[in-house]
Design a protein. Structure first.
Length: 117
C-alpha cells in the first residue's frame, strides 16, 4: 500500500525539483536570464513569462473532458515549471536591484522597461 504524501512534503518535493531544474539550466546557459534582464529590463521577464502563459493556454485547450495525453502532460508540467522558475528569477533580480541604489537603478532599468509594456 502506497503512503499518501501530505501537502507539506509535496510542496517541498516540488520546490526541490524546481531548484534542481534552475541550477542545471542556470549553469548550462550561464545565467542568461539575468544578463537579458540587465540588458533590456523587466520587459524581458514579462515577455518570457507571457510566452509560457500563452503555451499553457494552448496546452489547456487541448485538454478536453479532463483527459490529458501523456506527452501533453509532460509538456504541461515542463511549461509550468519553467513559468514558476521565471517568476522566481524575476523576483531574485528585483531583490538584487532593491539591495543596491534603487533610486539610480529604477529610472534606468525598471521604469523605462515598464513604459514599453
Amino acid at each position: 500500500m502506497q503512503q499518501k504524501i501530505n501537502n507539506h512534503d509535496r510542496f517541498k518535493s516540488i520546490t526541490q525539483q524546481l531548484y534542481e531544474l534552475w541550477a542545471d539550466k542556470n549553469t548550462r546557459y550561464q545565467d542568461s536570464f539575468t544578463q537579458t534582464l540587465n540588458k533590456y529590463g523587466l520587459v524581458a521577464a514579462l515577455t518570457r513569462i507571457e510566452d509560457k502563459i500563452n503555451r499553457l493556454e494552448y496546452l489547456f485547450r487541448g485538454c478536453k473532458d479532463g483527459s490529458i495525453d501523456p506527452g501533453i502532460r509532460w509538456t504541461l508540467y515542463d511549461t509550468i515549471n519553467d513559468t514558476i522558475n521565471y517568476l522566481i528569477m524575476t523576483k531574485m533580480w528585483l531583490e538584487t536591484l532593491w539591495e543596491h541604489n534603487w533610486k539610480e537603478i529604477k529610472s534606468k532599468i525598471l521604469w523605462e522597461s515598464c513604459s514599453k509594456v
